[in-house]
Design a protein around this ligand. Structure first.
Ligand SMILES: Cc1cc2nc3c(=O)[nH]c(=O)nc-3n(C[C@H](O)[C@H](O)[C@H](O)COP(=O)(O)O)c2cc1C
Length: 190
């Protein structure tokens, strides 16, 4: 297929759009982050990249803790709002009716409406340029019981999670196949 050659830039999509919560100096805040990803399985680690001008930046840099709250596509409005409004001007929890619950390990709050919350501790901060990379250890995961089946399996594929695709919020709720399906042998009919 014919391709156009564009000037360099970031173009890896889709990416998550998560609600990162933090607590510092007697205040809570939440911001939307798309430059986020898993970077190691064992030990479990993820990273988020944040611009120093964000209100949350110094909160996370000082507390060295945060929670990654994974939203559903039904929460697109909340995700967008938390990505365009600053905690310096507005209490985003109050404005959106986001319910805060306690995390297990860190002091940053968990957003009850999100089906998944990942508690993180910052291990290293690297200044890359526009964004600083927060390399972080996962200390715990809180998963919504409503997505568990009666065998205790977690069905995140059915949660209708949100992703961000080149300026658009999308829903990720149409599973195509299971991991390993391309090499799995079909069971013989008896
Ligand atoms: C979809 C989306 C993704 C975003 N991703 C990031 C990101 O990865 N890093 C970042 O610093 N800001 C990102 N932003 C911008 C911040 O969320 C936004 O500036 C927010 O208002 C900062 O809030 P705060 O000032 O309360 O910390 C994103 C915004 C949107 C809408």
């Amino acid at each position: 297929m014919a391709k156009q050659n564009w000037k360099h830039g970031t173009m890896l999509y889709p990416v998550p759009a998560v609600l990162v919560t933090c607590r510092h100096g007697g205040r809570d805040n939440v911001l939307t982050v798309s430059w986020a990803g898993t970077i190691c399985s064992d030990p479990p680690m993820l990273s988020i990249s944040i611009r120093p001008e964000r209100f949350s930046f110094n909160m996370i840099k000082s507390s060295r803790e945060f929670v990654v709250n994974v939203p559903t596509a039904d929460m697109a409005r909340e995700v967008d709002f938390c990505g365009v409004k600053s905690g310096a001007e507005v209490d985003k929890f109050k404005a959106l009716g986001l319910i805060r619950t306690k995390a297990r390990v860190v002091r940053a709050p968990v957003i009850a409406q999100c089906p998944l919350a990942i508690e993180c501790k910052v291990e290293e901060i690297i200044e890359l340029g526009s964004h600083h990379l927060f390399i972080s250890r996962v200390l715990g995961v809180l998963a919504d019981e409503s997505l568990m089946d009666n065998k205790g399996r977690f069905h995140l594929e059915g949660a209708g999670l949100l992703c961000y695709n080149h300026g658009h919020y999308c829903r990720t709720s149409r599973p195509i196949a299971k991991f390993g399906f391309s090499v799995r042998r079909k069971s013989k009919k008896r």
